[in-house]
Design a protein around this ligand. Structure first.
Ligand code: B3K
Ligand code: ZN
Length: 882
């Protein structure tokens, strides 16, 4: 896109497709110089009318158009940058189109492209139109037959969706394979892979007794890193049968790992293409977090087979229909297999650290957006993570059994269809006999709602009145909001720490000790009776809604909740809120020009420190939870709670508090380190992961003050560890300390792993996240290192995204902003999707002080002034400045 005009697409302008494609045959001749694609579509008009046929297409060289076997002359059709239009077509016809493309030159990694010499595709959302002219929209579902022809020596493996129905040798060194997909699908789920790949194989017997072949295709040297992915796939298949009653529907399920990929993975029917980061793992090459991430992404893509493929989206405004629901499904899978509380804390941390910022910034949009310029800019935390929260709230409202009834009805009613979020909610309503009309505002209103809560205890009446007032700040295009339907799960803690039985005024008896209050009005009061002593409310248990909750807790009350709340999420959250009170105090001291003085903050520090000591002293229990309780709020979440963000003050305040805790509890931390050293062979069972998490969190804390022997301890863990989790933590600590061991360890690590791209990414990311003052200079040097390649998104994420999104302390400077803008400009020409994503921190400029605002805006304006700019970057930057 070279002009400055952006074309906006609106949900309200949706119309049904005027044509149906009953069948499509695709024929690919893959070559080094060029690839020729022949597309044969059997089509008919739908819904009357006699309008022209307009097909989407981009960057295509059109070779031939045939209508019902007759070649059309150039004057019989029109071609522009975005489409091919044939003014006159009969009511039903066969259209054949031949296009020429150059996958080897495609650096956008969208459409057909090459990665490590192999051909692969990414068609969601609109990559198929870069392969051939087509009705590239998700509500056009078709039966696909795909033939691939290629040089056999270079591309021995030829894959597409569905079942392999024919193979042949062509005699000239080339061979061909034909795949047929028996399920109708939109073209965004089409996939093709051709290359030098090998596979590991396993099988799965479905609940109805069908055998499914499972294959993971990788480059030969990675064959020994597929086991975890394969086991994860089988666990996901079983879980979806048990929890949702969903069975796999083809005879083969294939996963291909590629190194160059814009996102995590893609759920193409029967042929998932994955970023190798979410497939490859061995104890010595991948961390615990990598193992858990692989299991969750493998499951996510598998779950899409029903929530996305069998039932797909009518249009791209409905993206959260498949993404929000599938994220919810993968979250529940991890909760069931790993630890519910830990998973919830992880997800809420991400939501509050990143999605809240998006929802409060210039790109804020509803879970179901109303308009977009570039759909790829809407694969966001809001559509995915907040979308999952919206599905989770429905599950809170209808309960687990009601949710299953709703999902059964949804899948049964809409199998083979392209539908909307309305259809999803309708199924939940119909299956449960409830009215979710008001609830649907969660799909249409953007912004993070705020709940202001207060309570009043009446000792004479033994009654507690809890008042909840909801509001939602204005967001772009939405000045005012209507009240949301919010499930707020609560409990009340008696002075001895036990949960009070809950009885609302008007109820005959108490029911349970935790319950979901349904808030629908701007202000609502709830009266709990038979409460003998003033209780401490535990609000928003399990984080039952994606909101910002305020309640005037004292430090003592928070310490009390930390110790006694029966809801593990809220125990952790009380810990975070108590730490936040301290951090806010410290940040204020710094901003007011003073020096940090913990003692000037009253008894807050002693309360927190005491509670922290108790956590360290605890024996047994969920060690993963313990590790999380040992961690202070993330810098990004702290920023989220401040009116004006000062990243330097935030980092330094947090660092000071870490240091103080670490000094005051040095002995206990050392004990925790020693007591949780691993015995036996590495495994990723929750207990083992938890032991490493506690040990390494202790190490990290110890490394945040200059205690004696810490460098030696880190360096020795780095050298002796038999697993990547321990190596990485040791190296991460060293990367923050200026010492000889830092240089040695970084050099040793690179020497050892330079042949493994995913491990080199870790090495780059650690250096980008360092708190040392030389970080930006080091990054600039690393950009010229053979380890870096700007065309590879994993490398960009490792070195650049880690820095700008995860190292606010070193990023927020004039040099940091200029550096980022420079990279966006370079990347825009290579890979607009990746470039647009990088702009996220800059468009948040309104959150900072005036000096930073000016610097950030100047960089945004510099980008926007460029004569050529992709629509991806242009949309984000122009909305960012609006
Ligand atoms: N559906 C894909 C994302 C495609 C991104 C297109 N820009 C992966 C997923 O969410 O499962
Ligand atoms: Zn998805």
């Amino acid at each position: 896109m070279s002009s400055t005009a952006l074309k906006t697409i609106y949900l309200k302008e949706y119309t049904q497709p005027p044509f149906v494609i009953d069948r499509v045959k695709l024929h690919f001749e893959l070559g080094e110089e060029q690839t020729v694609v022949t597309t044969t579509m059997t089509m008919r008009r739908d819904g009357g009318g006699d309008g022209a046929l307009r097909l989407d297409g981009r960057h295509l060289q059109l070779l031939l158009v045939k209508l019902d076997g007759r070649v059309l002359m150039a004057k019989q059709y029109e071609v522009d940058e975005e489409s091919l239009t044939i003014p006159m077509v009969p009511d039903s016809f066969v259209l054949e189109i031949q296009t020429l493309i150059k996958p080897q030159e495609n650096t956008s990694l969208d459409g057909l492209y090459k990665s490590s010499g192999n051909f692969c595709t990414q068609c969601e959302a609109q990559g198929f139109r870069k392969i051939t002219y087509y009705l590239d929209r998700p509500d056009v579902m078709t039966l696909f037959t795909t033939t691939i022809v290629a040089d056999k020596a270079k591309y021995p493996v030829l894959l597409s969706n569905g079942n392999l129905v024919a193979q042949s040798e062509l005699g000239d060194g080339r061979h061909s394979a034909t795949w047929q997909d028996p399920f109708k699908k939109p073209c965004y789920l089409f996939a093709l892979v051709a290359g030098q790949l090998e596979f590991v194989e396993d099988s799965f017997t479905t609940m109805s007794g069908r055998q499914v072949a499972l294959r993971i295709y990788v480059e030969r040297h990675n064959l020994d890193k597929c086991d975890h992915a394969m086991q994860s796939l089988k666990r996901a298949m079983r879980w979806d049968e048990q929890v949702y009653g969903r069975e796999y529907d083809l005879d083969i399920y294939m996963i291909v790992a590629v190194d160059d990929f814009n996102m995590g993975a893609m759920e193409n029917k029967g042929l998932n293409v994955f970023n190798s980061k979410y497939v490859l793992a061995r104890p010595d090459t991948a961390t615990d977090a990598d193992f858990i991430g692989i299991e969750s992404v493998i499951a996510h893509e598998y779950f899409h087979n029903w929530s996305g493929n069998r039932v797909t989206c009518r249009d791209w405004f409905q993206l959260s229909l498949k993404e929000g629901f599938t994220v919810f499904r993968d979250q529940e899978f991890t909760s069931d297999l790993f630890s519910r509380a830990v998973k919830r804390i992880d997800d809420v941390n991400r939501l509050r650290s990143y999605q809240f910022a998006e929802d409060g910034g210039p790109m804020s949009h509803p879970v179901r957006p109303e308009s977009y310029v570039e759909i790829n800019n809407f694969y966001t935390l809001t559509v995915y993570e907040k979308g999952a929260e919206v599905v989770r709230m429905i599950s809170h409202l209808v309960g687990a059994a009601g949710f299953r009834k709703g999902s059964d009805l949804y899948f049964e009613r809409h199998d083979g269809q392209a539908v909307t979020t309305e259809d999803f909610v309708q199924a939940m309503e119909d299956a449960n006999g409830i009215d979710l009309t008001q609830f649907k505002r969660w799909y249409g209103q953007s912004g993070t709602p705020r709940l202001d809560c207060s309570s009043a205890y009446d000792a004479a009446a033994q009654r507690l009145t809890l008042t909840i007032r909801q509001s939602c700040p204005p967001t772009p295009g939405q000045a005012t909001k209507l009240p949301f339907h919010i499930p707020v799960e609560i409990g009340l803690l008696a002075p001895d720490g036990a949960d009070c039985p809950l009885q609302l005024a008007g109820e005959a008896a108490a029911m349970g000790t935790s319950r979901v209050l349904e808030c629908k009005d701007e202000v609502q009061s709830f009266q709990f009776i038979n409460i003998a002593h003033p209780p401490v409310p535990s609000l928003l248990r399990q984080f039952s809604a994606p909101v910002k909750l305020n309640y005037p807790y004292s430090s003592e009350e928070l310490a009390f909740l930390m110790a006694h709340d029966s809801d593990p999420f809220n125990r952790w959250n009380a810990n975070q809120q108590l730490a936040l009170l301290l951090l806010h105090g410290l940040i204020e001291q710094k901003i007011n020009g003073g020096t940090f003085d913990l003692q000037a903050l009253g008894n807050g520090y002693s309360l927190y420190s005491e509670a922290f000591g108790q956590i360290l002293a605890e024996q047994g229990g969920d060690l993963n939870l313990k590790a999380m309780a040992m961690a202070l709020p993330t810098e990004n979440y702290i920023a989220e709670t401040l009116a004006v963000v000062d990243p330097i003050a935030i980092h330094e305040a947090r660092w000071l508090l870490r240091g103080a805790l670490s000094r005051d509890h040095e002995a206990l931390l050392c004990e925790n380190y020693e007591n949780h050293l691993e015995q036996g062979r590495y495994n990723v069972k929750p207990e083992s992961v938890g032991r490493r998490a506690v040990k390494n969190t202790a190490l990290g804390l110890l490394a945040s003050h200059d205690g004696s022997g810490i460098i030696e301890l880190c360096y020795s863990q780095f050298n002796s560890a038999d697993n990547m989790t321990d190596v990485m933590m040791a190296l991460r600590c060293l990367t923050d300390i200026q010492c000889d061991e830092r240089q040695q360890a970084l050099a040793q690590f690179y020497d050892k792993w330079q042949g493994e791209p995913l491990i080199v990414d870790k090495w780059l990311a650690l250096q980008a996240m360092s708190r040392l003052p030389t970080t930006l200079a080091d990054i600039k040097t690393l950009m010229n290192h053979p380890a870096f390649n700007i065309k590879n998104p994993n490398k960009v994420r490792a070195l650049i995204s880690s820095f700008v999104n995860g190292n606010a302390y070193r990023f927020h400077s004039a040099e940091g902003y200029t550096f980022l803008a420079d990279q966006i400009v370079i990347l825009d020409r290579l890979n607009p999707q990746v470039a647009a994503r990088l702009a996220a921190p800059l468009i948040q400029w309104r959150r900072y002080d005036e000096a930073r605002q000016l610097l950030m805006c100047a960089e945004l304006k510099r980008i926007l002034a460029l004569p050529t700019l992709s629509s991806d970057v242009r949309e984000v930057v122009s909305k960012g400045l609006a």
